[in-house]
Design a protein around this ligand. Sequence first.
Ligand code: HPA
Length: 279
Amino acid sequence: MDEHRSTYDVAADVIRARSGHQPRVGLVLGSGLGGLADALERRDVISSHDLPGWPHSTVEGHSGNLVLGLLEGQTVVAQQGRVHFYEGYTTQQIVFPVRVMIHLGVEILILTNAAGGLRPDWRTGDLMLLNDHINLPGMSGANPLMGPNDESFGPRFPGMSQAYDRDLRTQALRVAQGAGITLHEGVYVCVSGPNFETPAEIRMLRRMGADAVGMSTAHEVVVARHAGIRVLACSGITNVAIDEVNSDLEASHEEVLEAGTQLVPRLTTVLRGVLRELA
Ligand code: HPA
């Protein structure tokens, strides 16, 4: 038995005491993308500081509220602002909110993140649906499933070959096409950060087969799939990776937040459409 299990229950009890909503869909909102939770109707907002065990964001662009409400007829719980490995949290702490959502009864997890685009033809503001990932921290020991397996969530050796639900991806692509929104599909590589990559690292990640690079999401996906939760994930391309040492350009967090704000309306349209089709 995982020693954190009771902590998930305690946090879930506090949420149930504060909101009558029984969410079926979990939403994790990345850097600069927290505004998506504003679209929820009949909202109950809970500060993460009221939730025992909940990890608190130390980064600008992550508000730290949990919002429950309705979106396109679905009952949703949205985590505004996640925490990251580079903040010093363990991967188990990072995935705590997702495991609480699972305790609340969530069956579908939708994740968003800000990412650097590795494809030279992609632009800042583009959207990429994840169809697979490379979890570099997870493959090298920083994996939230390390340690005793909690059988109440899932098996010791979960498969990851269908990490990103095919039907949900198809729906997202259909919605985007119908709305005239360009939605790329590709492989997300998770790195620990916090520094942005060197040009040599960018070229290495491209050769590995990645299309976008970011500092989150894979940890949560691993835990969700361990528990058999269906996953949909979308990256907002907030900057185009710099692959050349003589470039005058430099990635910055300000650029990431600004681009994030700009793409929220399109991301909202796509996710609303997916939720509508779930009904
Ligand atoms: N690299 C890693 N993480 C990121 C980036 C990036 O370029 N942009 C947003 N998150």
